[in-house]
Design a protein around this ligand. Structure first.
Ligand code: ZN
Length: 246
């Protein structure tokens, strides 16, 4: 089975379209989306449409929750908060219906999907080190788990015989064999706003038949989305950061 994993799309339709095009050529069997379809970017509804069209297994992100009024935006930085306030009135009733239907965790036979961490998923904690990976692994019941939230790709793996010994693959673009590992926690990075100083859109591809987990990157038309961000009246910094990958 081939699993294509998208995350932190953040209303960036240019990036999402580029990622979907390359993943469609891979003949993906299952599509996954790890949350934050909206926020920051200028085309939230179009991104929701594409995620729904693909039939992604989708969980709720913190920006999705904030737009729904389920999360206090005082914890957001000024630009994130401004983007939430811009996004909320743009969405159609059907978008709200869809976002409202999302849960914090989606568990399937072969994998689990959560935005931040399996440790208190509704708190949207980050997995950015072995410490948090261990906390999340404690609640992970499937072999594979896909997360996002930090916008920085990394894969954490654990063997059954040494559960405190976590193997980390931090590279922004990497193919990792998970043969022999009983737990895999994959942060797939961000489609719409990468923050690992690589401005290309990030996504995950997992082939369960050969036990290979890949983080991949694809270039897209950043200037075009920057123009849309500025035309929408969203904060300029949200356009500028895309070119830097921060
Ligand atoms: Zn995000």
């Amino acid at each position: 089975m081939k699993i294509g994993i998208l995350g932190d799309i953040h209303g960036n339709l240019e990036a999402l379209t580029a990622v979907v095009e390359v993943l469609q050529r891979e003949n993906v069997d299952v599509w996954v989306q790890v949350g934050d379809i909206v926020g920051y970017g200028p085309e939230p509804s179009a991104c929701i449409d594409l995620v729904r069209e693909l039939g992604c297994v989708t969980c709720l992100g913190n920006h999705d929750a904030a737009v729904l009024g389920l999360l206090d935006t005082s914890y957001f930085n000024n630009f994130a908060r401004a983007a939430i306030h811009w996004t909320a009135p743009q969405l159609r009733p059907s978008d709200y219906e869809f976002l409202n239907s999302l849960r914090h965790v989606e568990e399937r036979e072969e994998f689990t999907v959560v935005h931040g961490s399996m440790h208190m998923p509704e708190q949207f904690g980050y997995v950015v080190s072995v410490v948090e990976a261990l906390e999340s692994f404690a609640h992970q019941r499937t072999r594979l788990c896909f997360v996002g939230h930090s916008h920085v790709p990394a894969t954490y793996m654990r063997r059954e015989e040494s559960p405190r010994d976590i193997h980390v693959v931090p590279h922004s673009e990497a193919e990792t064999s998970y043969r022999g590992f009983e737990r895999v926690l994959m942060n797939v990075g961000s489609v719409g706003q990468p923050r690992d100083e690589d401005p290309r859109a990030a996504y995950g591809l997992v082939d369960t038949d050969i036990e290979l987990a890949s983080i991949r990157r694809v270039s897209y038309d950043i200037e075009r989305v920057q123009a849309k961000i500025r035309a929408a009246g969203l904060p300029d910094v949200l356009a500028n950061r895309l070119a830097l990958g921060v």
